[in-house]
Design a binder for this molecule. Structure first.
Ligand SMILES: Cc1ncc(COP(=O)(O)O)c(C=O)c1O
Length: 378
Protein backbone atom coordinates (compact mmCIF):
# COMPACT_ATOMS: atom_id res chain seq x y z
CA UNK A 1 0.00 0.00 0.00
CA UNK A 2 1.21 3.50 -0.83
CA UNK A 3 2.61 5.63 2.05
CA UNK A 4 1.75 9.25 2.62
CA UNK A 5 1.89 11.86 5.35
CA UNK A 6 -1.03 11.56 7.71
CA UNK A 7 -2.77 14.85 8.58
CA UNK A 8 -2.25 14.77 12.33
CA UNK A 9 -5.59 16.40 13.00
CA UNK A 10 -7.35 13.16 12.11
CA UNK A 11 -7.92 10.73 14.93
CA UNK A 12 -9.57 8.18 12.68
CA UNK A 13 -6.68 8.28 10.26
CA UNK A 14 -4.29 7.47 13.09
CA UNK A 15 -6.50 4.64 14.32
CA UNK A 16 -6.64 3.05 10.90
CA UNK A 17 -3.30 4.11 9.50
CA UNK A 18 -0.93 2.95 12.22
CA UNK A 19 -0.86 -0.40 10.46
CA UNK A 20 1.23 1.08 7.70
CA UNK A 21 2.70 4.31 9.11
CA UNK A 22 5.62 3.67 11.47
CA UNK A 23 4.89 5.22 14.86
CA UNK A 24 8.33 6.87 14.83
CA UNK A 25 7.01 9.28 12.15
CA UNK A 26 4.38 10.68 14.58
CA UNK A 27 5.82 13.42 16.79
CA UNK A 28 4.99 13.79 20.48
CA UNK A 29 3.20 17.07 19.66
CA UNK A 30 1.02 15.20 17.21
CA UNK A 31 0.32 12.56 19.85
CA UNK A 32 -0.66 15.21 22.39
CA UNK A 33 -2.99 16.80 19.88
CA UNK A 34 -4.59 13.48 19.00
CA UNK A 35 -4.93 12.58 22.65
CA UNK A 36 -6.90 15.77 23.28
CA UNK A 37 -9.06 15.14 20.20
CA UNK A 38 -9.80 11.65 21.44
CA UNK A 39 -11.27 13.16 24.60
CA UNK A 40 -13.76 15.20 22.62
CA UNK A 41 -17.01 13.72 21.37
CA UNK A 42 -18.26 16.04 18.67
CA UNK A 43 -22.01 15.95 18.07
CA UNK A 44 -22.24 19.47 16.60
CA UNK A 45 -22.85 18.21 13.06
CA UNK A 46 -22.25 15.30 10.72
CA UNK A 47 -20.06 17.67 8.71
CA UNK A 48 -17.16 17.32 11.18
CA UNK A 49 -16.02 13.85 10.04
CA UNK A 50 -12.45 13.34 8.84
CA UNK A 51 -11.57 11.06 5.91
CA UNK A 52 -10.45 7.60 6.91
CA UNK A 53 -7.14 6.08 5.78
CA UNK A 54 -8.97 4.06 3.12
CA UNK A 55 -10.72 7.15 1.78
CA UNK A 56 -7.44 9.11 1.73
CA UNK A 57 -5.81 6.25 -0.14
CA UNK A 58 -8.35 6.40 -3.00
CA UNK A 59 -8.04 10.20 -3.06
CA UNK A 60 -4.25 10.04 -3.31
CA UNK A 61 -4.35 7.55 -6.15
CA UNK A 62 -7.23 9.13 -8.12
CA UNK A 63 -6.94 9.68 -11.85
CA UNK A 64 -7.42 13.40 -12.47
CA UNK A 65 -7.66 15.87 -15.34
CA UNK A 66 -9.04 19.35 -15.95
CA UNK A 67 -12.72 19.08 -15.06
CA UNK A 68 -13.60 22.44 -16.63
CA UNK A 69 -12.53 20.80 -19.91
CA UNK A 70 -14.59 17.73 -18.91
CA UNK A 71 -11.36 15.71 -18.70
CA UNK A 72 -11.38 14.53 -15.10
CA UNK A 73 -12.35 10.89 -15.36
CA UNK A 74 -12.93 10.52 -11.61
CA UNK A 75 -15.37 13.45 -11.55
CA UNK A 76 -17.08 12.06 -14.66
CA UNK A 77 -17.38 8.65 -12.97
CA UNK A 78 -18.82 10.15 -9.78
CA UNK A 79 -21.40 12.18 -11.68
CA UNK A 80 -22.44 9.18 -13.80
CA UNK A 81 -22.49 6.83 -10.81
CA UNK A 82 -24.74 9.13 -8.75
CA UNK A 83 -27.06 9.79 -11.71
CA UNK A 84 -27.34 6.02 -12.27
CA UNK A 85 -28.23 5.40 -8.63
CA UNK A 86 -31.15 7.81 -8.86
CA UNK A 87 -32.20 6.84 -12.41
CA UNK A 88 -31.56 10.42 -13.51
CA UNK A 89 -29.82 11.46 -16.71
CA UNK A 90 -26.87 13.47 -15.42
CA UNK A 91 -25.02 14.83 -12.40
CA UNK A 92 -22.83 17.82 -11.55
CA UNK A 93 -20.19 17.75 -8.84
CA UNK A 94 -20.41 20.94 -6.77
CA UNK A 95 -18.34 22.40 -3.96
CA UNK A 96 -21.13 22.33 -1.37
CA UNK A 97 -24.79 21.65 -0.70
CA UNK A 98 -25.44 25.36 -0.65
CA UNK A 99 -23.92 25.69 -4.11
CA UNK A 100 -25.91 22.81 -5.60
CA UNK A 101 -29.19 24.06 -4.09
CA UNK A 102 -28.56 27.61 -5.28
CA UNK A 103 -27.62 26.49 -8.79
CA UNK A 104 -30.80 24.41 -8.95
CA UNK A 105 -32.97 27.35 -7.86
CA UNK A 106 -31.32 29.61 -10.42
CA UNK A 107 -31.79 27.05 -13.20
CA UNK A 108 -35.47 26.55 -12.44
CA UNK A 109 -36.54 30.19 -12.03
CA UNK A 110 -36.53 33.69 -13.51
CA UNK A 111 -36.20 36.84 -11.35
CA UNK A 112 -39.42 37.96 -9.60
CA UNK A 113 -40.87 34.46 -9.50
CA UNK A 114 -41.78 32.67 -6.27
CA UNK A 115 -40.16 29.67 -4.59
CA UNK A 116 -42.29 27.63 -2.14
CA UNK A 117 -40.59 25.94 0.80
CA UNK A 118 -41.15 25.09 4.45
CA UNK A 119 -40.44 27.77 7.07
CA UNK A 120 -37.45 25.86 8.46
CA UNK A 121 -35.90 25.04 5.07
CA UNK A 122 -32.14 25.28 4.80
CA UNK A 123 -32.44 27.07 1.43
CA UNK A 124 -34.34 29.87 3.18
CA UNK A 125 -32.79 30.01 6.66
CA UNK A 126 -29.17 29.10 6.17
CA UNK A 127 -28.05 29.93 2.65
CA UNK A 128 -27.28 33.58 3.29
CA UNK A 129 -30.23 35.05 1.40
CA UNK A 130 -28.94 33.26 -1.71
CA UNK A 131 -32.39 32.89 -3.27
CA UNK A 132 -32.74 36.68 -3.43
CA UNK A 133 -29.10 37.32 -4.33
CA UNK A 134 -28.52 34.62 -6.93
CA UNK A 135 -31.97 34.20 -8.46
CA UNK A 136 -33.82 37.44 -7.63
CA UNK A 137 -36.81 35.41 -6.45
CA UNK A 138 -39.00 35.75 -3.42
CA UNK A 139 -39.98 32.94 -1.11
CA UNK A 140 -43.43 31.77 0.00
CA UNK A 141 -43.00 30.05 3.35
CA UNK A 142 -45.30 27.25 4.47
CA UNK A 143 -45.52 26.15 8.10
CA UNK A 144 -45.29 22.39 7.96
CA UNK A 145 -44.81 19.47 10.28
CA UNK A 146 -41.17 19.25 11.42
CA UNK A 147 -39.88 20.61 8.14
CA UNK A 148 -42.27 18.70 5.87
CA UNK A 149 -45.10 20.10 3.78
CA UNK A 150 -48.01 18.37 2.06
CA UNK A 151 -49.47 18.59 -1.42
CA UNK A 152 -52.47 20.38 0.10
CA UNK A 153 -50.22 22.95 1.82
CA UNK A 154 -48.62 23.67 -1.55
CA UNK A 155 -51.89 23.81 -3.47
CA UNK A 156 -53.10 26.47 -1.03
CA UNK A 157 -50.21 28.86 -1.77
CA UNK A 158 -49.96 28.64 -5.56
CA UNK A 159 -50.56 32.13 -6.90
CA UNK A 160 -53.30 32.60 -9.49
CA UNK A 161 -52.37 34.21 -12.80
CA UNK A 162 -52.61 37.87 -11.81
CA UNK A 163 -50.29 40.71 -12.77
CA UNK A 164 -50.08 41.75 -9.11
CA UNK A 165 -48.60 38.42 -8.04
CA UNK A 166 -45.25 36.75 -8.65
CA UNK A 167 -45.68 33.54 -10.66
CA UNK A 168 -45.17 30.49 -8.45
CA UNK A 169 -42.43 28.58 -10.21
CA UNK A 170 -40.57 26.19 -7.90
CA UNK A 171 -41.29 23.97 -4.89
CA UNK A 172 -38.32 22.82 -2.82
CA UNK A 173 -38.53 19.98 -0.29
CA UNK A 174 -35.88 18.97 2.26
CA UNK A 175 -35.46 15.26 3.13
CA UNK A 176 -34.40 14.65 5.82
CA UNK A 177 -35.29 18.00 7.37
CA UNK A 178 -32.37 19.37 9.39
CA UNK A 179 -34.40 21.80 11.53
CA UNK A 180 -37.18 19.19 11.70
CA UNK A 181 -34.85 16.94 13.73
CA UNK A 182 -33.93 14.63 10.83
CA UNK A 183 -37.57 13.92 9.97
CA UNK A 184 -38.31 11.92 6.80
CA UNK A 185 -40.99 12.42 4.18
CA UNK A 186 -43.48 9.68 3.45
CA UNK A 187 -42.79 8.89 -0.21
CA UNK A 188 -46.55 8.68 -0.86
CA UNK A 189 -46.83 12.37 0.03
CA UNK A 190 -43.91 13.18 -2.27
CA UNK A 191 -45.73 11.38 -5.10
CA UNK A 192 -48.77 13.61 -4.53
CA UNK A 193 -46.57 16.72 -4.48
CA UNK A 194 -44.81 15.63 -7.66
CA UNK A 195 -48.15 15.06 -9.41
CA UNK A 196 -49.43 18.47 -8.27
CA UNK A 197 -46.28 20.19 -9.53
CA UNK A 198 -46.67 18.52 -12.93
CA UNK A 199 -50.33 19.59 -13.18
CA UNK A 200 -49.53 23.17 -12.16
CA UNK A 201 -46.37 23.43 -14.29
CA UNK A 202 -44.16 23.96 -11.22
CA UNK A 203 -40.59 22.64 -10.95
CA UNK A 204 -39.80 20.39 -7.97
CA UNK A 205 -36.37 20.37 -6.30
CA UNK A 206 -35.16 18.20 -3.43
CA UNK A 207 -32.56 19.42 -0.96
CA UNK A 208 -31.37 15.91 -0.19
CA UNK A 209 -28.34 16.89 1.88
CA UNK A 210 -29.21 13.89 4.09
CA UNK A 211 -31.37 11.95 1.63
CA UNK A 212 -29.40 8.75 2.23
CA UNK A 213 -30.35 8.91 5.92
CA UNK A 214 -34.01 8.99 4.87
CA UNK A 215 -33.52 6.14 2.38
CA UNK A 216 -31.89 3.96 5.03
CA UNK A 217 -34.47 4.81 7.70
CA UNK A 218 -37.40 4.16 5.34
CA UNK A 219 -35.78 1.22 3.50
CA UNK A 220 -36.23 3.00 0.17
CA UNK A 221 -34.01 3.01 -2.93
CA UNK A 222 -32.49 6.10 -4.60
CA UNK A 223 -34.15 4.99 -7.84
CA UNK A 224 -37.57 5.55 -6.22
CA UNK A 225 -36.78 9.26 -6.02
CA UNK A 226 -35.34 10.16 -9.43
CA UNK A 227 -38.65 10.15 -11.32
CA UNK A 228 -40.37 12.34 -8.72
CA UNK A 229 -38.12 15.42 -8.92
CA UNK A 230 -36.79 17.77 -11.57
CA UNK A 231 -33.58 18.08 -9.55
CA UNK A 232 -32.01 16.52 -6.47
CA UNK A 233 -29.03 17.75 -4.47
CA UNK A 234 -27.18 15.19 -2.35
CA UNK A 235 -24.33 15.97 0.04
CA UNK A 236 -21.24 13.78 0.23
CA UNK A 237 -19.71 15.64 3.17
CA UNK A 238 -22.37 14.97 5.81
CA UNK A 239 -23.30 11.45 6.94
CA UNK A 240 -21.39 9.90 4.05
CA UNK A 241 -18.10 11.18 5.44
CA UNK A 242 -16.38 12.72 2.40
CA UNK A 243 -14.44 15.91 3.13
CA UNK A 244 -16.05 18.06 0.42
CA UNK A 245 -18.78 18.08 -2.15
CA UNK A 246 -22.35 17.67 -3.30
CA UNK A 247 -23.91 16.38 -6.48
CA UNK A 248 -26.75 18.02 -8.34
CA UNK A 249 -28.84 15.60 -10.40
CA UNK A 250 -31.33 16.24 -13.20
CA UNK A 251 -31.93 15.69 -16.90
CA UNK A 252 -29.24 16.42 -19.49
CA UNK A 253 -30.55 19.87 -20.47
CA UNK A 254 -30.86 20.92 -16.82
CA UNK A 255 -27.35 19.77 -15.94
CA UNK A 256 -25.89 21.49 -19.00
CA UNK A 257 -27.41 24.77 -17.81
CA UNK A 258 -26.35 24.02 -14.21
CA UNK A 259 -22.76 23.49 -15.41
CA UNK A 260 -22.75 26.97 -16.97
CA UNK A 261 -24.15 28.54 -13.78
CA UNK A 262 -21.63 26.68 -11.63
CA UNK A 263 -18.88 28.21 -13.80
CA UNK A 264 -20.26 31.72 -13.51
CA UNK A 265 -20.45 31.35 -9.72
CA UNK A 266 -16.74 30.44 -9.76
CA UNK A 267 -17.42 26.79 -9.04
CA UNK A 268 -15.59 25.30 -12.02
CA UNK A 269 -12.90 23.16 -10.39
CA UNK A 270 -9.87 21.75 -12.18
CA UNK A 271 -8.27 18.51 -10.84
CA UNK A 272 -11.32 17.91 -8.67
CA UNK A 273 -10.97 14.14 -9.08
CA UNK A 274 -9.04 13.97 -5.80
CA UNK A 275 -12.24 15.14 -4.09
CA UNK A 276 -14.59 13.20 -6.34
CA UNK A 277 -12.69 10.01 -5.45
CA UNK A 278 -13.68 10.55 -1.82
CA UNK A 279 -17.29 11.02 -2.91
CA UNK A 280 -17.29 7.81 -4.95
CA UNK A 281 -15.76 5.95 -2.01
CA UNK A 282 -18.43 7.42 0.29
CA UNK A 283 -21.32 6.42 -1.99
CA UNK A 284 -19.99 2.89 -2.35
CA UNK A 285 -18.97 2.26 1.27
CA UNK A 286 -20.70 4.58 3.71
CA UNK A 287 -24.40 4.38 2.93
CA UNK A 288 -25.50 1.21 4.73
CA UNK A 289 -23.56 2.10 7.86
CA UNK A 290 -25.83 5.14 8.39
CA UNK A 291 -28.04 2.71 10.30
CA UNK A 292 -25.35 2.70 13.03
CA UNK A 293 -25.68 6.48 13.33
CA UNK A 294 -29.45 6.10 13.58
CA UNK A 295 -29.09 3.46 16.31
CA UNK A 296 -26.74 5.76 18.27
CA UNK A 297 -29.23 8.61 17.94
CA UNK A 298 -32.07 6.38 19.20
CA UNK A 299 -29.96 5.33 22.19
CA UNK A 300 -29.39 9.00 23.09
CA UNK A 301 -33.11 9.74 22.63
CA UNK A 302 -33.97 6.97 25.12
CA UNK A 303 -31.60 8.45 27.70
CA UNK A 304 -32.86 12.00 27.17
CA UNK A 305 -36.45 10.82 27.78
CA UNK A 306 -35.58 10.08 31.41
CA UNK A 307 -33.74 13.32 32.24
CA UNK A 308 -35.22 15.96 34.53
CA UNK A 309 -33.80 18.94 32.59
CA UNK A 310 -35.26 17.80 29.24
CA UNK A 311 -38.70 19.22 28.52
CA UNK A 312 -39.32 17.58 25.14
CA UNK A 313 -37.55 15.73 22.34
CA UNK A 314 -38.42 15.69 18.67
CA UNK A 315 -39.07 12.09 17.61
CA UNK A 316 -35.74 10.69 16.42
CA UNK A 317 -36.01 9.16 12.95
CA UNK A 318 -32.45 9.38 11.66
CA UNK A 319 -29.17 10.90 12.95
CA UNK A 320 -30.40 14.24 14.36
CA UNK A 321 -31.59 14.72 17.92
CA UNK A 322 -33.22 18.02 18.90
CA UNK A 323 -34.34 18.49 22.48
CA UNK A 324 -35.80 21.35 24.47
CA UNK A 325 -34.45 22.11 27.93
CA UNK A 326 -36.67 23.07 30.90
CA UNK A 327 -37.09 26.80 31.52
CA UNK A 328 -34.73 26.68 34.52
CA UNK A 329 -31.94 25.97 32.01
CA UNK A 330 -30.84 27.44 28.69
CA UNK A 331 -29.58 25.70 25.57
CA UNK A 332 -26.35 27.71 25.68
CA UNK A 333 -25.79 26.82 29.36
CA UNK A 334 -26.43 23.13 28.66
CA UNK A 335 -24.04 23.16 25.71
CA UNK A 336 -21.38 24.88 27.86
CA UNK A 337 -21.74 22.23 30.61
CA UNK A 338 -21.47 19.43 28.06
CA UNK A 339 -18.37 21.06 26.60
CA UNK A 340 -16.68 21.10 30.00
CA UNK A 341 -17.11 17.31 30.00
CA UNK A 342 -15.81 16.87 26.46
CA UNK A 343 -19.12 16.62 24.58
CA UNK A 344 -19.76 19.19 21.85
CA UNK A 345 -23.37 20.03 20.96
CA UNK A 346 -25.10 22.95 19.26
CA UNK A 347 -27.59 25.42 20.77
CA UNK A 348 -29.95 26.01 17.82
CA UNK A 349 -32.39 28.22 19.74
CA UNK A 350 -32.68 29.69 23.25
CA UNK A 351 -34.09 26.42 24.63
CA UNK A 352 -33.17 23.91 21.90
CA UNK A 353 -30.05 21.76 21.73
CA UNK A 354 -29.06 19.68 18.69
CA UNK A 355 -26.87 16.57 18.65
CA UNK A 356 -25.95 14.83 15.39
CA UNK A 357 -24.48 11.33 15.18
CA UNK A 358 -22.04 10.42 12.40
CA UNK A 359 -19.20 8.27 11.13
CA UNK A 360 -16.72 9.53 13.73
CA UNK A 361 -19.01 8.73 16.69
CA UNK A 362 -18.41 5.18 17.89
CA UNK A 363 -20.54 3.00 20.18
CA UNK A 364 -18.22 3.70 23.12
CA UNK A 365 -18.43 7.47 22.48
CA UNK A 366 -22.23 7.19 22.43
CA UNK A 367 -22.21 5.28 25.74
CA UNK A 368 -19.91 7.87 27.28
CA UNK A 369 -22.02 10.78 26.02
CA UNK A 370 -25.16 9.14 27.46
CA UNK A 371 -23.64 8.94 30.93
CA UNK A 372 -22.43 12.56 30.66
CA UNK A 373 -25.97 13.66 29.72
CA UNK A 374 -27.23 11.79 32.79
CA UNK A 375 -24.58 13.44 35.00
CA UNK A 376 -25.88 16.86 33.98
CA UNK A 377 -29.02 16.22 36.04
CA UNK A 378 -27.14 16.87 39.26
C1 LIG B 1 -30.53 20.36 4.79
C2 LIG B 1 -29.26 21.00 4.33
N1 LIG B 1 -29.16 21.45 3.09
C3 LIG B 1 -28.06 22.03 2.63
C4 LIG B 1 -26.95 22.18 3.44
C5 LIG B 1 -25.75 22.91 2.90
O1 LIG B 1 -24.63 22.13 2.76
P1 LIG B 1 -23.18 22.78 2.75
O2 LIG B 1 -22.81 23.01 4.16
O3 LIG B 1 -22.34 21.75 2.07
O4 LIG B 1 -23.25 24.04 1.97
C6 LIG B 1 -27.00 21.73 4.76
C7 LIG B 1 -25.84 21.88 5.65
O5 LIG B 1 -25.84 21.55 6.80
C8 LIG B 1 -28.19 21.13 5.23
O6 LIG B 1 -28.33 20.69 6.49
Amino acid sequence: MRRYNTPYSSRRVLERATIFIPLSTVSSRQFAYMYIRDMIIDFRSDTVTRPTAEMLEVMMTAEVGDDVFGEDETVNSLEAYAAGLFNMEAGLFCASGTMSNQIAIKCHTEPAEEVVCETQAHIYRYEGGGIAFNSGCQVKLVDGNRGRISAEDIRAVINPVDIHKPPTRLVSLENTSNRGGGSCYDIEEIKKISELCRQENLRLHLDGARLFNALIARREKPGDYGALFDSISICLSKGLGAPVGSILLGNNAFIQRARRIRKLLGGGMRQAGYLAAAGLYALKNNVNRLQDDHAHAKQIEQVLKGLNYVKSIMPVETNIIIFEVETCRTAAGTVAKLKEKGVLAYAIAAQQVRLVTHLDISQSMTDKACSILEDLQR
